[in-house]
Design a protein around this ligand. Sequence first.
Ligand code: GLU
Length: 371
Amino acid sequence: MLNLAKRPPLVLKLGTSVLTDGTRKLARRSILEIVRQVAHLHDQGQPVVVVSSGAIAAGREALAYPALDRSLPGKQMLSAVGQGRLFQIYTELFGIFGITVGQVLLTRGDLNNRVGYLNARDTLQTLLAYRVVPIINENDTVATEEIRVGDNDNLSALVANLIDAELLILLTDQLGLFDADPRTHPDATLIPYVERIDERIWALAGGTTSGLGTGGMITKLQAAQLATRSGTTTVIAAGKLPNALIEIAAGKRIGTTFATQTSRRESRKRWVLAEKPIGELVVDDGAAQRLRENGASLLAVGVRAVRGSFERGAPVQVADLTNRLIAVGIVSYGSAEISQLLGVHSTKIANVLGYSYGEEIIHRNDLVLVP
Ligand code: GLU
């Protein structure tokens, strides 16, 4: 079976301004410097997921800066031209360190949909289990206004939530959040730590934009809010500082750190409990005991009956043979599949179904015990 990465992953978001070093071209040297740091963390066993902008900038460079209007199809065209080139650079630069990268393109639509959410999560976790560094960007080519995240700051926070990241680092061309705009107020000072993102903090971000990228300080704060609410500590720092990434990952205060507003566990619990269960699984005494006492995952071997009709990703109740409610969880398999898997050993799932979404019917991370 897979040797799933045990350390909670770290999400690193690289803005266009970091990748171009403020120029009109992708700056390989600056990218290499960051890749070197990611490789260092990776070699220490720290799983890292990269969310990278830069596709549009790469496309613009490849087409020699065409005069385009600001319409979405124009940007999508640039992104389509640039994404492959951007990924090629990562492939080469990570290759120097013997690291394989995997390209993941997502939209908000994929993550809002439960099956899409689970599929994206499982793919990312499998990439990490195989020690591949995922390089994520928004799937600009297919993203229409309704399903776009629109900026990679917010996308990186959604990804952090998706994979239960401990830390989200947004590297940008600014040192962090200041108590006034440093470009107009030379005496502005950096705010090293934000306990809560309140009105005062929002006001500080007003109107800050950073050159070529989509996001300014506002979208970074939105990302910090989203991530810290799901239990991920968030740091905004300058990509240019030597060893910034390694030092932040080691716990050194660089840039602005945003405190978590809840634990990751609490946040997952809320996620699981957010929806009304639409089905039920009845489990045998052994499974009931393992769930109650060890907080184990629910395996097919202990499931006796399925009630209701539901898809993979649905919230369901888990009850024991006396009909007592044990837990609520998000299933990795739909009701039709589970009906075929009753009492089946986890290693035999693929033999029965012809495919497998993993060994668990409900993974322990997606299970909340009912007292
Ligand atoms: N997806 C866009 C790109 O790769 C960037 C979006 C952003 O900068 O936030 O160019």
